[in-house]
Design a protein around this ligand. Sequence first.
Ligand code: NAD
Length: 74
Amino acid sequence: MILVTGGAGYIGSHIVRQLCREDEEVLVLDNLSKGHRKAVDKKAKLIVGDFGDENLLTEIFQKHDIKAVIHMAA
Ligand SMILES: NC(=O)c1ccc[n+]([C@@H]2O[C@H](COP(=O)([O-])OP(=O)(O)OC[C@H]3O[C@@H](n4cnc5c(N)ncnc54)[C@H](O)[C@@H]3O)[C@@H](O)[C@H]2O)c1
């Protein structure tokens, strides 16, 4: 599974779409401060939260087998 932070944003949502096209499993972490829920490809799983939330990140990495992180939340 690939974690894309900011995956509901401009650049991130295009990356997510491309990864989904390539049949990758994608998890999006976005606090929706600038992004849009609708921009996230339906095949991806969206978690609404902040990448600065250490507890949330720990939970994400415990629950999912993350093989790569693409950090577009900024
Ligand atoms: N848009 C461009 O042309 C361009 C060009 C070069 C580099 N960049 C860089 O790419 C990155 C993304 O740019 P973009 O245009 O997609 O911006 P964007 O604002 O559309 O996307 C950023 C996403 O990150 C989310 N986000 C912000 N802070 C967050 C946090 N603390 N936790 C979780 N999610 C958070 C926002 O809700 C948003 O969906 C930025 O670092 C930008 O500087 C963009």
